[in-house]
Design a protein around this ligand. Sequence first.
Ligand code: B12
Ligand code: SF4
Length: 546
Amino acid sequence: MVKKIFSNKLDALVIGSHFSNERVDTMHHVDDFRLHCEGVPMSIPNLKEYFNNGRRFTDAHRRSFRERYRPYRQLCYSALHIYNLLQREGFEVRLLNCHLPDDPSRLKLYRENPPYIIISTTYINMETVRAVAKDIREYLPQAIIIAGGNYVRHSYRIWQKRNQPYYNDPEVINKYFFTTSNPVNEIDVFIYDAHGEKTLVNLMNTLTQGGNVQHLPNVIFYKDHEMVVNKEEPEKFSMDEYHISWKNIPRELLSTVVPFSMTYGCPFNCGFCNFAQLGMTEKSMDVAFQELRDIAELGIVQKIWFTDDNFLLTPSKVEQFCQRFIDEGLPFSWMSFIRASSITPRTVELMKKSNVELLVLGLESGSPTVLQAMNKRDKVSHYQKAMSLLLANDIDTELAFVFGFPGETDDTVSETINFINSLPYSPTQISYLYIFKFHLVPLSPIFEKDARLRWNLQGNFLNYRHKTMDSDHVDSVMRRVAIETVSPVFNYLDGVTHVNKKQLVHTMRIRDTLARAILANSSTSTIETLWNELELHTSALLIREN
Ligand code: B12
Ligand code: SF4
């Protein structure tokens, strides 16, 4: 238990992410090809308003903000994890899930004068952390600001490799905490362990008892403007040890959908991915189901969002999980990432029975050549079988593809477009299409010297060229894919429950046919006909907003 030297009631404030219209976003490569009017993405509620109001908005700015902010509203699992940890350790803690500039609710929390501010960098990069930390410093000059999580870990590993070719490029080193020439001085202590939970608790207890960080492993701090890197002592991490005590999570943090994690890490090694290189740790089924029963008892949650990449890793895992979910009669629908190889007639049957709502598949490409170059360890023929089964059972999907990886050519792009367009069609199923521009990131296998030489790969991040394509061409490829794909739709996070799913799916398809016609510079009369059709169908739609 912590001894308090501060008179404050509150010990710590945890910050999970940040959003602003001007934010520096590491995912700029997700091009937005959705239908927009007056800068507003046209979700179903926005379409209704637009048509009801004579095809204009009176509040376009507010609506645009609301739509862009939507993905940030949901509770981040990483922030919940740290909040839960500190609460369990006896600290009085609050959670600011998403920091927004100009948001009065952050000031309300600052006014409680938390001596420690804990920033999780799972979702935010260095420049975003700088913006958040500057804001905190303005109001809480005495607070101890601690940062940890994914981006801090990556920064440490890049610091270790700072003298290696490609890692020593100024464009790279200036994007990460410990190599940049412009450090984020507002942060007092960085925890660079891959996990860091024990270090965080140890650090807070040490400081609270009047000690200092000098001999604490796994931390980095600045002393007299010099960076001090304390020795590394990798923490042991177990998902069971850090299970969430749902009954102690304040109700105001919960909603009808909650994030849930079953595993950490990934046994694969896809060429473009920089968060794989860790062994996998799993939560035991008994602990997971105890948590799920606790959530059910809260009586507010309707859907579980499994946020880890790999909990449905094999067909037997899916069968084991779904059978127990059914046997325990849990009152939720659920959504999760899944690998195509885990989708079989039996697993689809069990997933359907256990009330699955949406499955997210990182298919990455419809070209065997590109899948092989990516080391994806999956086959297009698997994808086809998996998608037929999901569509036949009306299970909605999110399908993600990456364009521009070394080996990509206009022909492989055509293969992917043909694959997408060959997927069976169902009037009552939705497949959301996510297209990403290949992002050449440090610590991914393709960033390393041997792979670079093999593909004659030069550049960094979103600007590169290799043997088979360059990043400018990838931009035009993205546009081409958006225009030429047919039945999957873009995700507007509509936030509505369908009264008649067939009508809803039909309206979504018209919306994207229109978006694609506009992108393709189709004739004014074609576009006007589609607008009229969309208006007709939107008006007929009976929806419940979530
Ligand atoms: C699930 C997911 C989502 C879900 C969120 C679900 C949810 N409600 O939690 C959705 C789809 C909504 C989403 C949205 C976005 N995401 Co996302 N997402 C992920 C994904 C797949 C898993 C995240 C996760 O839970 N990881 C597990 C965490 C808890 O692990 P960790 O960070 O390694 O932390 C460990 C420790 O370090 C410790 N820890 C965490 N924080 C701290 C802090 C301290 C002080 C300490 C000591 C320890 C500690 O806890 C963990 C266990 O030990 C990751 C990729 C991945 N596999 O990690 C991308 C990822 C996190 N997302 C990313 C991005 C960019 C986004 C978006 C900005 C995309 C966009 N443009 O809309 C949004 C932002 C949303 C937001 N709120 O800010 C990036 C973030 C990169 C970065 N840091 O700059 C990632 C890494 C993907 C990538 N490679 O680009 N995402
Ligand atoms: S992209 Fe590949 S390596 Fe990365 S988490 Fe997914 S399966 Fe694992």
